[in-house]
Write a protein that binds this ligand. Structure first.
Ligand SMILES: Cc1cc2nc3c(=O)[nH]c(=O)nc-3n(C[C@H](O)[C@H](O)[C@H](O)COP(=O)(O)OP(=O)(O)OC[C@H]3O[C@@H](n4cnc5c(N)ncnc54)[C@H](O)[C@@H]3O)c2cc1C
Ligand code: SF4
Length: 325
């Protein structure tokens, strides 16, 4: 294990200034960072503890909700505004990890967690994400849990965060702060496709801090998160679906669906969305839309089953939004 210098930041400005060094890394709850550090996958010389930064508020903002990057997963899941207006968020958070982890893990850290691909985490197997140019062990190896959307020849690892899937379905934006000022971008655009550089999961720049997440006003939206996994708790998604519908006058005015466990980043199911908009929210519409979920998928040797599973997961999530389940 690499020895490092530890510093605790007490305000965002101080954290950003310390992070100007290229060998620095932030630590929030530490639940992912410590695993990567112990495995030798992450080895910063300067570790900046941001867990005490005053970025923990969950509050109304511009009609929507602003969630501080240092808010704990458990606090956000339990927030009345989240439970009442954004059930998809509360459901995604409560389906993540364990209560103990959710009590220390933060929203920003959750979005920046690294993939659970076992070749990436093992430290000794070929993996372009961990060691660029070393190859991808999963492509011709064990790839049951890998992506059917968005993979490249270099990498087919899925993004692990449940929360990210729900936030993408809600059209959330991420606010980033650095010595160059602030910028905001759609969370959907924050995550990168692996293409030729799978070592970069997101577009975050070195030293940039996630300050908060902005979720648009919920209005009359109804939402639901459904996660299918190999065991009932403490497990990552094999397939998941976050559905956000705006229903009015027995018509679907807007529809946003994102899937987890199937893409190299949270994956919008635009074909399903298009089939729902302006249609009546009935069983036939939902079945027709769900049948489009696997459109464009490129399964690997062991994960073709995800296409049918995704279709059924989307259908059940749609039924749940309407209250059929
Ligand atoms: C056993 C286990 C099961 C799990 N199951 C699930 C699951 O089912 N679903 C799921 O979604 N997740 C799951 N997780 C992942 C867990 O949710 C994440 O480890 C956690 O959310 C990370 O948050 P953290 O605050 O501990 O981040 P840290 O470990 O502190 O940081 C993670 C990364 O984010 C960076 N970082 C953190 N905050 C910021 C910030 N504000 N700005 C810039 N960079 C930042 C750090 O530098 C680091 O690179 C599981 C984890 C474990 C250990
Ligand atoms: S799928 Fe990606 S993370 Fe997994 S071995 Fe291949 S390059 Fe590494």
């Amino acid at each position: 294990m690499n020895p490092f210098v530890y510093r605790r930041a007490i305000d965002p400005r101080g954290a950003i200034d310390m992070a100007a060094r290229p060998d620095a890394c932030f630590i929030a709850g530490g639940t992912d960072f410590m695993q990567l550090w112990k495995a030798g996958i992450s080895a910063p010389n300067l570790l900046i503890d941001i867990s005490r930064l005053p970025l923990t508020a969950v509050e109304r903002h511009d009609g929507g909700l602003r969630i501080g990057a240092l808010a704990r997963m458990s606090d956000v899941a339990d927030h009345p505004e989240v439970r009442n207006s954004y059930p998809v968020l509360a459901q995604a958070l409560l389906a993540s990890a364990s209560p103990q982890i959710r009590n220390v893990a933060t929203i920003g850290g959750n979005l920046l967690q690294r993939t659970r691909c076992l070749y990436f985490r093992s430290g000794s197997l070929p993996c372009n994400k961990r060691e660029p140019g070393s190859g991808c062990g999963a492509r011709d190896g064990e790839n049951r849990l890998h992506a059917i959307f968005g993979a490249s020849a270099q990498c087919a690892a899925t993004h692990a965060s449940d929360l990210a899937v729900a936030l993408v379905a809600l059209g959330a934006r991420v606010l980033l702060a650095s010595q160059n000022g602030e910028r905001a971008l759609l969370l959907e655009d924050f995550f990168r496709l692996p293409e030729a550089q799978p070592e970069q999961d997101t577009v975050i720049a070195p030293g940039e801090l996630i300050a908060s997440i902005d979720v648009p006003a919920a209005g009359t939206w109804r939402s639901y998160y459904l996660k299918v996994r190999d065991r009932a708790s403490f497990e990552f998604a094999v397939v998941s679906a976050a559905v956000v519908l705006d229903l009015a006058d027995d018509r679907i005015r807007t529809a946003r669906i994102a899937a987890g466990g199937v893409g190299t980043r949270p994956w919008r199911l635009r074909g399903c969305e298009a089939a729902l908009i302006d249609a009546a929210p009935n069983a036939a519409t939902f079945e027709r839309a769900a049948r489009l979920a696997g459109e464009g998928a490129q399964p690997l040797r062991h994960n073709g089953f995800k296409m049918a599973l995704l279709e059924r997961t989307v259908l059940r999530a749609l039924q749940a939004v309407r209250g059929d389940l």
